[in-house]
Design a protein around this ligand. Sequence first.
Ligand code: SF4
Length: 452
Amino acid sequence: MSAKPQSASPGRVGFISLGCPKATVDSEHILTQLRAEGYLISPDYAGADLVVVNTCGFIDAAVEESLDTIGEALNENGKVIVTGCLGAKGDIVRHAYPNVLAVTGPHATKEVMDAVHEHLPPQHDPFVDLLPPQGIRLTPKHYAYLKISEGCNHRCTFCIIPSMRGDLVSRPVSDVLLEAERLAAAGVKELLVISQDTSAYGVDVKYKTEFYNGRPVKTRMTELCEALSALGIWVRLHYVYPYPHVDEVIPLMIAGKILPYLDIPFQHANPRILKAMKRPASSENTLSRIQQWRQDCPELAIRSTFIVGFPGETEDEFQELLDFLDAAQLDRVGAFTYSPVEGASANKLADPVDPELQQERLARFMAKQAKISAQCLQNKIGSVQQVLIDDIDDEGIVARSTADAPDIDGMVFVSDAEDMTADMPQVGDIIQVRITHSDEHDMWATRINENS
Ligand code: SF4
């Protein structure tokens, strides 16, 4: 397909962002840079001078989706720059599509911009004043992902992220705090702290002390949380591993400084499987830690993910995982059957679990967790909760409680919004509600009029 003629007006770049929240943040950085340099973002292929596709390469389905998307962009536009995790996986992209303009790996804003400059030279001086101070965000205005580091020092056997993104590189704490402050000033009400391993923040720089607004701040998870809490907005921690120093953030939750929420990808409970997975902190006594956290902070919600049917998983080891669910009573759980990812060392492990047996175990796992999640939510009936409004439609308010992260957890449906038109809240407001009923995923509530 022929290339689009280059216009004399500012270059127009189409942008497609696939993958996880970390890829979303990469996309936001590239979009921010594009706008900073005066490029316009085209909402469709036809209006774009070229298209950037930020890919995901984590599992085979994601690779397929990424390749399909690149093919579509080439068909519809003809000039395509590929970035992201799939770009780091050898020659897959070049092999499938030799005519793409450039291929880079993840978090490669500079390389992507170099490719854009080569194929669509900037027509104007940078329009820095066109750029909102918080940069370009792909999330709704009232919440934002805050990426604190890149890469990972662990080598979990099922994961290829370290080979794609490299070892841990923590962002300077002053940069993170400046970004957070700008986001809060732009109306963001909830920051979702993300990384590959949030608890490892600062390890690579030996927890270096920096200065922010004249105050010393260590490049360390607890100190970062303490500093973020000064913004007075919700702060939610994702991808935390249960190292001993995670205990330090529980007092911040008790004091209402950060949300009582921990997203900890446990992946399994059996020590032999965890060892075969090479999971971080797998030797910690997770169950007693959870019990202690809950005792200290009863509002704490814990989300986790698990892999069932890992190579060599026996029925007894799987049963141990089910027993762990019973004992841990986790609020939110996602689960996947193990599937080999090209390049992962777990592919070489003996005794793969038969796919039918994997599915059967997944169904048993999910059935057990559904009951636990339903019970956790049922326990909240009658309680008063603070919820953040995500949407308001004809049927009422769609919100999330402190226990619900966007996209992955449940919702709170507040049904009587129309009775309160005099005092109608807005998307992004935090309101008080009383929980009236629940199922295994969501809750329903009535709004409490704070003036009454
Ligand atoms: S902690 Fe393990 S699963 Fe997570 S990114 Fe690092 S290597 Fe991958």
